[in-house]
Design a protein around this ligand. Sequence first.
Ligand code: ADP
Ligand code: MG
Length: 250
Amino acid sequence: MAHAVEIRNLHKSFGALQVLKGIDFTVDPGQVVCVIGPSGSGKSTLLRCVNLLEEPTSGQVVVDGVELTHRDVDIDAARRRVGMVFQQFNLFPHMTALENVMIAQRRVLKRGRAEAERIAVENLEKVGVADKRDSYPAQLSGGQQQRVAIARALAMSPALMLFDEPTSALDPELVGDVLTVMRKLAEEGMTMLVVTHEMAFARDVADRVVFMDGGVIVEDGPAEQVIGAPRHERTKSFLRRVLDPTHTDV
Ligand SMILES: Nc1ncnc2c1ncn2[C@@H]1O[C@H](COP(=O)(O)OP(=O)(O)O)[C@@H](O)[C@H]1O
Ligand SMILES: [Mg+2]
């Protein structure tokens, strides 16, 4: 079976700073892979290379059979296959939830108004905020805004969803609602690559966990093994720090 995502020997530098130093991994269709690791290890850069928000310095990124790093690729078409959810929700403040979920469908996919609205409502329902369709972002909680952002990404019918610390900007009591939505997506078979510090989510929902440190993958394995019985000292010490609430310097 073809991989949903295949990353081969990916390097990314910013000037003299080498951030990704040869990343290799794959995600199979329907798999959930969580990426964990300390701040500055290159997790966001990796995700941004997967949808070409950053141009890799070298190496290959293949999504759904299309090599995004090929020089002849239609970048806009390729990017449409990948949904991204950021820590900051990035909703348009002057648009309602419904309009936020419709705009890219209309502008990028050229869907008609009625179809875009139907798909928007479907996805707002899926994430549990259909009753907020006419609210503006400022009238929504962080958790509701993030769920609208997830609906916006889903409305584009992506082959793959990327999440970059989707719950890190949320008040603790709102984290669960967003994780519940992500868990449901995973159960429905969405292919997901998730950067997160939520170790319980990673352990319970991910098929695989990838631990990154210093621009390399230190450990990649089944979630219960990497989190429950890590093999490498760097993974162990990272997990000790994130699982011990008195250490917040991760
Ligand atoms: N656009 C950029 N220009 C220069 N340096 C960057 C840029 N983006 C990220 N970096 C640097 O790359 C390193 C990895 O960052 P990042 O991928 O955000 O790590 P993480 O998400 O794991 O915290 C950091 O040292 C960061 O400062
Ligand atoms: Mg990051």
